[in-house]
Design a protein around this ligand. Sequence first.
Ligand SMILES: [Zn+2]
Ligand SMILES: [Zn+2]
Length: 334
Amino acid sequence: MSKWAYDKGLQEIGPGAYAYLQPDGSWGWNNAGLITDEDQSLLIDTLFGLKLTGEMLAVMADAVPAAKNIDFLVNTHNDADHIFGNQLVKGAHILASKAAADEFLNVTPEDYRKIFGNWQELGAGAHYIHENCALTVEDAAGVIVTLPHETFVKEKRLKVGNKNVVLAAVGPAHSSGDVLVHSVEDRVVYTGDLLFNKSYPVLWEGSIEGWIAACDHILSLDVDVVMPGHGPIADKSSVTEFRTFMVRFQEETRRRFEAGLSIMDTALEIAELPDLPDWDLPERIIGAVNFLYRQYGSPEATANFLEIYGLFDRFLDKRAARAAAGHSGCGHSH
Ligand SMILES: [Zn+2]
Ligand SMILES: [Zn+2]
C-alpha cells in the first residue's frame, strides 16, 4: 500500500512540491506537478484542453499562494495531454526541449476534434479511441497550441525561489524530446511519460534503448518521490520494475521477430506470459511490438497513428476470442 492516495486533485509531496493527479491515468488523463518556493512557482505540464487545465489552475491558486501567478511552465514532451492547456498559463515563461518543441504542431486540436467527432467514419482506430478515451470534442475546443518561449538541447538549470530545479532532456525515449524535472532540495523528480505507473507504456516513437537509459538516469538521482506522467505517485521501486519490463519486452519481441511471428502473434504471446506485471491497458503491448518491428524493418509494421490505435482494437478482439477458446498460453493451439 502506497503512502500516497490516488485521488483526483492536488497533493503535497515535498515542502512546496505538489502532484496534481487525474485518475485513472488512462488515455488523456495525465498528472501535472507544481514546485514553489517563496513567491515563485513552476508548473510541470498542462492537461488536455481548457476545461481540465482551468480547473487545475484554480485548485492550485486556491491552495498555494505562489501558484496564483505561475512563473515557469515546463512541458515534459509534446503529447496533447501535456500541452493543450498552455494558453491558460498567462505570463509564464514556457520551456521544453528543442526536440519536443519541434513537434508541438504534429497532431493538432483540429485532428482530435475530427477523431472525437467523426469516429464512426474513421475505422477501427477511431472506434478504439471512442470506446477507451473519455475525452470529447469539447475538451479539444478552443485550444490554440502555445509554443515554448525557450528550448534547450541537454540540460537547463533554474531557480524557483531558493530551490534548484534541473531540467534534463533524456529523449528520444517515450517521445523525441522527453524532459525530466528534478526538484533537488525536494528530492522529487517529475518524469512526464517516462514512467507510466501501473499501466503498460505508450511506445510508438522515440527509442526503447533511450527509454531504458532514461530509467537509469532517474535511478541515479537522489530522490524519494518519483512523479509519473500517468498513474499513482511512485518511488524508485516502480522505475526499477518498469525498467525490468522494458528490457524483457525488448528481448521477447526480438526473439519472436527472428522466428518469423506476425506482430499480432508476438503481442498475444507476450501478453500471455505468466509472470508479466499486472498492469492496465495490455493492448498497448501491440503498439510497442509494432514500433520495434518497424525498427527491425518489417514491412508489416505501420507508422500511421490511427492504424496503431486500430491494432489495439484488433488485439482486444483476438485476445477475447483466445480466452473464450480456452487458450492459456501453454504453447499449443486448441
Ligand atoms: Zn501522457
Ligand atoms: Zn506522452
